[in-house]
Design a protein around this ligand. Sequence first.
Ligand SMILES: C[S@@+](CC[C@H](N)C(=O)[O-])C[C@H]1O[C@@H](n2cnc3c(N)ncnc32)[C@H](O)[C@@H]1O
Length: 145
Amino acid sequence: MKALEIGPGYGTFTVPASKIVGESGKIHALDIQPKVIKNLTAKIEKLGIKNIFPIVGDAYKLPFGDKIFDIVFMVAVLEEIPDRQRALAECKRVLKDGGLLCVGELFPDPDYPLMKTVIKECGKAGFVFEKKFGSWWHYLVRFKK
Ligand SMILES: C[S@@+](CC[C@H](N)C(=O)[O-])C[C@H]1O[C@@H](n2cnc3c(N)ncnc32)[C@H](O)[C@@H]1O
């Protein structure tokens, strides 16, 4: 499985995801802050993880070709992006047909949106709602392209 995480931060979800995709899978971890990517790179080197590929970049202009990822995921990121439709259009572009978009949010985050807001935004971008996990204050929503 080839996955893209947008806004990995310190890799809280990147590292477990790298174990889920296994040695034959890849996680590309893209963040707009060079310092975040520097820290994440140091962390995965220390842990000896070989299937995470950190990269500096902007969700508005993903440095990848069309239809190459099986899944794009982000946690506590979408509401930080002012033009969410622009970012979601990029997610759609890089996802394979039938690929998955997963958006997670946590209540203590200052930008935390209600789940219905995320479902509305992703639906507007053309994603099809599939399943929700968790509760109102800590959730993950899965969509299909
Ligand atoms: C609140 S942190 C979440 C970090 C991590 N996902 C977690 O849950 O621990 C949001 C992250 O999104 C990144 N980010 C914000 N806007 C972005 C954009 N336009 N493109 C890529 N990354 C972005 C930030 O630099 C930051 O690392």
